[in-house]
Ligand binder design. Structure first.
Ligand code: PLP
Length: 393
């Protein structure tokens, strides 16, 4: 029997062979504006030169090293993070993927609090490992794999009254995305985030802010937490940080980090020299290229142009987002529209059940945005005609 790749994502039917900046190319030479970016990874651009050079240089020096050994590179990567991470956090722990980082911090929360219950939110997404699916809302991701890690309650997002009732003092931690990505591009309200911090604080419950998708400038601020002025006891980042190199980081407050010790977690590949080089270079890009500022401007322009072009369309329920996390909620499954975008040179992805999600690199420019908006308009028109014909037939 030939060995086949077990693909657990639906196929997009094209072969992508190269990428640069905000674009990728397929095997037929077609160019795409990449608003999929590997589920939001290539936000700092495909093959960002600073990150590519850092990785190339590191390849010639050292590829693997246990964190049992001292390392100047590790010190430098942590120093780099210190430049951008809110001062609330005193420890950084480096892992390889977002889900792994979520699992690690759920373990930390249980150990430190000596409690077992977790609170998460309806439409949340935190990854696919056992811990991560346990606090991920979509039953499709959870049901076939039960029993999960135990007592988890899902509260209504952006509903302050549900926080009052659901966050009791027997909860170990609450995990929240400041903008729900996969669940539908739903930004939190300021009122909700402030109340969440206040209630968790008063009831001695830890707050884990999952910035795996929102972090590194994507919302128009280096961290969405800065927009809300709300910080957790733990903050998670991943996706964009390594420019495509798999890396995630848990940032932990002094009081919590002091209670975690040798043997509480480990990862063979965690904090390997290549990932540290990628982190250092990623932070350099974020700070030296005003990634957050450029994202803010580009995000405003996309939202303005999309509102003008499709905001009043009967096919569109709502346009929403923050920075370059943009969602167009349609009144139906967006599958055909996403396929039409792809045929016309734009890669996008689905969120929730009805949302076209756009996660472009911060490098997206005015011309890209003009093209994106005009293709989106055209695809909605095409879908309108298709639906009208289906109804008439
Ligand atoms: C908010 C959030 N948390 C966690 C994850 C899981 O990250 P990974 O796929 O790297 O395990 C994701 C991935 O989409 C995410 O969006």
């Amino acid at each position: 029997m030939p060995l086949r790749y077990l693909n657990l994502y639906g196929s997009r039917g094209i072969k992508i062979v190269s990428g640069e900046g905000q674009y990728v190319w397929d095997s037929n030479g077609n160019k795409y504006l990449d608003c999929h970016t590997g589920h939001g990874v290539a936000f700092l651009g495909h093959r960002n030169p600073k990150i590519v050079n850092a990785l190339k240089e590191q390849l010639d020096v050292l590829i693997t090293l246990s964190t049992s050994y001292e390392s100047d590179l590790r010190d430098e990567a942590i120093k780099a993070l210190e430049r951008v991470v809110p001062s609330k956090y005193s420890y950084a722990y480096v892992l390889n993927s977002g889900s792994e980082c979520v699992d690690f911090t759920l373990k930390v929360a249980r150990k430190v609090s000596k409690k077992s219950k977790f609170v998460s939110f309806i439409n949340s997404f935190h990854g696919r490992t056992f811990g991560a699916i346990s606090v991920t809302w979509n039953p499709k991701y959870r049901e076939p794999f039960k029993p999960l890690i135990g007592d988890v309650e899902f509260l209504k997002y952006n509903d302050v009254s549900s926080l009052e009732k659901g966050i009791t003092d027997n909860v170990a931690a609450v995990i929240v995305e400041p903008v729900q990505g996969e669940g539908g591009v739903n930004p939190a309200t300021h009122e909700f985030m402030k109340a969440l911090r206040q209630i968790t604080y008063e009831r001695g419950v830890l707050l884990i802010v999952d910035e795996i998708q929102t972090g590194c400038g994507r919302t128009g601020s280096v961290w969405a937490s800065d927009i809300f002025g709300v910080y957790g006891d733990i903050m998670l980042t991943g996706k964009a940080l390594g420019g495509g190199f798999p890396v995630s980081v848990a940032l932990i407050s002094e009081e919590i980090g002091d209670l975690v010790g040798e043997g509480d977690h480990g990862s063979t590949f965690g904090a390997n020299p290549l990932s540290l080089a990628a982190i250092k270079a990623g932070v350099d890009v974020i700070t030296s290229d005003d990634v957050a500022g450029r994202t803010r401007e580009a995000g405003k322009l996309i939202m303005h142009e999309l509102s003008n072009a499709i905001g009043n369309s009967k096919m569109v329920r709502e346009l929403r987002g923050l920075g370059l996390m943009v969602g167009a909620e349609l009144r139906f499954d967006p599958k055909n529209v996403i396929e039409c975008l792809q045929r016309n040179g734009i890669l996008a992805l689905k969120a929730g059940t009805t949302v076209v999600r756009l996660l472009p690199p911060y490098l997206i420019n005015k011309d890209d945005i003009t093209r994106l908006v005009s293709v989106m308009s055209r695809c909605l028109d095409e879908e309108f005609i298709r639906r009208t014909n289906v109804r008439a037939a």
